[in-house]
Write a protein that binds this ligand. Structure first.
Ligand SMILES: Cc1ncc(COP(=O)(O)O)c(C=O)c1O
Length: 480
C-alpha cells in the first residue's frame, strides 16, 4: 500500500496513546487547579486558529502541544468538582475507556448483523438498568444521544399511537393534536412539538401548584375543554425533576387520567431518574410503571461520558411502527429473530454506546453507584441547610434531589431590585472562575441553582462554594 493511505503506525499510536492517557490521568487528578469556566471573550479561541485546514501532514506532537496551548484554555471543565451548573455530566475512568474502545472499534450498530455485540450488549445493559431503577420487565430500552432526542421519539410514538396513520398520510387534514405539559417542562418538549408538526400551539401548558408541579385537576379540565373543541389530546409529558427547580409532577395521578383518556404518558426523568436506584427515593417515582415511556440520562448523573440517554417504552411496537423503514440493502436473514435498533429511531447509524455503560456498571457495581448518588443528595441537603440558616439567603422551593435553588435577599430592595442584585451576584461568583453556577427564574424571581452531581465532588467543594458565594455577596455589598 502506498504511504499516502496509511494511518498512524502502531508504534506511533502507542507512543502518543500513552502520552494522551498520561495527560488524561493528570488532568482528572489536577482539575482543582483549573478555572472552572475560562475567562475569555467570544472569538478568542477562533482567532488563534488558522482559517484554513493544513495542506500537508503535521507532526502529532505539535497537534498535542496546540491542544494544550490553544484548546484547553477555552474549555469549561464539566469534570471540575466545583462545576455546579446546569445538570452536570461527569465521566468516570471506565466510561472514558469504554468511549475510547468504541471509537477504536468504530462499528455501526444499525442492524444486528452490522455489530451483534453492540445490539446484544445494548439490550443486556438496558435490561440491567431497567431492573435497577425498578421498571417492570415489559419495558424495552433504546439508547439515543440525548434526552431531547429520546423524548422526540417518545412523542413521535405517542403521535403514532393515535391510530390516525400519520406515518402514511402526514398531518394535513387532521384535527389539531394536543400535548400537555407545564411551563416547567424542559424546552426539548417544545422542540419535539415543532419538529413533529404538532406546532407550539399544539402544546397546552397545564397550571402548576406552589411547588411547580402539574395540577392533575387542571390537566383533566384542559383535556375536557380540548375534546369539546374537537382537538385530539394525544400525549402528556410529566417530569420527575424539572430543569429549573427539580419539581416532581404527580405521575401516579397523571397516569390514571392518561389511562382513562387513552393518552400516551411520557415521563421525563432525564436528570433525577437515576435516583430511582435508591429505595428511599422511590416515593418520587410512584406510578412510573404506568408510563408509556420514560427517559433517563446516565450521562447526566451516572458518570457515563456524554452522550448517553435511555428511553424505555412499554409499547416498542408502536415506536417501531412510527420509524421502521427497511430498504433492500439493509435486509438481513436474521431480521425476524433479532433487534435491529435502526427500526426504533430516525437515525440509521449508531455508535457503540452500550460499551461505556457496561464498563461503568461493572466497574462501580450498583451498590457503589447508590452510595455516590446518596452522598450527592446528602451534600445538597447540607448546602440547603446552610442557606436556610443564613439571614441573607433564602430558598424558594424544596430540594428533593441534588439541586438547590436559592437567592440572596436584602432588606429594602423590591422584587425587581432583588432580581438585579441576584443577577449581579451570579456574574460576580462565576467571574472568579472558581465555581460555576447557573440561574433560572421561578415566579418572576431570579434564582441561583447549585447542583451536586459530579463524580469528584466532596463536602469540601460544597463548603468552598458556599464560602465563595458569601464572599461574593459581601463584596457586592461593599461596592454599593
Ligand atoms: C428534565 C430535562 N429533560 C430533558 C433535558 C434535555 O437533556 P439533553 O441535553 O440530554 O437533551 C434536560 C436537560 O437538562 C432536562 O433537565
Amino acid at each position: 500500500m502506498s504511504e499516502v493511505y496509511k494511518d498512524m503506525l502502531p508504534e506511533e499510536f502507542k507512543k502518543y496513546g500513552y502520552q494522551i492517557i498520561d495527560w488524561i490521568a493528570d488532568y482528572l487528578s489536577e482539575l482543582d487547579f483549573y478555572p472552572v469556566v475560562p475567562q475569555l471573550k467570544p472569538g478568542e479561541i477562533k482567532n488563534k486558529l488558522p482559517e484554513s485546514a493544513p495542506k500537508t501532514e503535521e507532526d502529532f506532537t505539535e497537534i498535542i502541544k496546540d491542544f494544550e496551548k490553544l484548546i484547553v484554555p477555552g474549555i469549561t471543565h464539566w469534570q471540575h468538582p466545583k462545576f455546579m451548573a446546569y445538570f452536570s455530566a461527569t465521566a468516570s475512568g471506565p466510561g472514558i475507556f469504554g468511549e475510547l474502545l468504541a471509537a477504536a472499534i468504530n462499528t455501526n450498530g444499525m442492524v444486528w448483523k452490522s455489530n451483534p455485540s453492540s445490539t446484544e450488549l445494548e439490550e443486556t445493559v438496558l435490561n440491567w438498568f431497567r431492573e435497577i431503577i425498578g421498571l417492570p420487565k415489559e419495558y424495552f430500552g433504546v439508547v439515543y444521544d440525548t434526552a431531547s432526542v429520546s423524548t422526540m421519539h417518545a412523542i413521535a410514538a405517542a403521535r403514532e399511537n393515535t391510530g390516525l396513520d400519520i406515518r402514511t398520510k402526514g398531518l394535513s387534514g387532521l384535527p389539531m393534536l394536543r400535548l400537555y405539559c407545564t411551563e416547567q417542562t424542559h424546552s426539548s418538549i417544545d422542540k419535539s412539538a415543532l419538529t413533529l408538526g404538532i406546532g407550539l400551539d399544539g402544546i397546552c401548558k397545564v397550571p402548576t401548584d406552589e411547588n411547580f408541579a402539574m395540577i392533575p385537576s387542571e390537566l383533566e379540565k384542559a383535556i375536557e375543554e380540548d375534546r369539546s373543541k374537537g382537538i385530539v389530546p394525544f400525549c402528556v409529558v410529566a417530569t420527575i425533576g424539572t430543569t429549573s427547580s427539580t419539581a416532581v409532577d404527580p405521575v401516579n395521578e397523571i397516569a390514571e387520567i392518561c389511562k382513562r383518556e387513552k393518552i400516551w404518558l411520557h415521563v421525563d426523568a432525564a436528570y433525577a431518574g437515576v435516583t430511582a436506584m435508591l429505595p428511599e427515593m422511590k416515593k418520587y417515582f410512584v406510578g412510573i410503571e404506568k408510563a408509556d415511556s420514560f427517559v433517563v440520562n446516565p450521562h447526566k448523573w451516572l458518570f457515563v461520558p456524554i452522550d448517553f440517554s435511555v428511553l424505555f417504552t412499554r409499547k416498542p411496537k408502536i415506536l417501531k411502527q412510527a420509524f421502521s423503514i427497511v430498504p433492500d440493502y439493509l435486509k438481513t436473514q436474521e431480521d425476524s429473530e433479532v433487534i435491529n435498533y435502526m427500526d426504533y429511531g430516525i437515525q440509521l447509524g449508531r455508535r457503540f454506546r452500550s460499551l461505556k455503560f457496561w464498563f461503568v456498571l461493572r466497574y462501580f457495581g450498583v451498590v457503589r453507584l447508590q452510595k455516590i448518588i446518596r452522598e450527592h443528595l446528602r451534600l445538597a441537603q447540607l448546602f440547603a441547610k446552610w442557606i436556610d440558616e443564613h439571614d441573607s439567603f433564602e430558598r424558594i422551593v424544596e430540594a428533593p434531589f441534588s439541586t438547590v435553588c436559592f437567592r440572596a435577599i436584602q432588606k429594602g430592595l423590591n422584587e425587581v431590585e432583588l432580581n438585579h442584585f441576584n443577577k449581579k451576584l451570579i456574574n460576580h461568583i462565576n467571574s472568579t472562575g472558581k465555581i460555576f453556577l447557573t440561574q433560572t427564574k421561578l415566579n418572576g424571581k431570579t434564582i441561583l441553582r447549585l447542583v451536586v452531581s459530579g463524580l469528584r465532588q466532596e463536602e469540601k467543594h460544597v463548603a468552598e462554594a458556599w464560602e465563595l458565594i458569601k464572599t461574593s455577596f459581601n463584596e457586592l455589598n461593599d461596592l454599593k
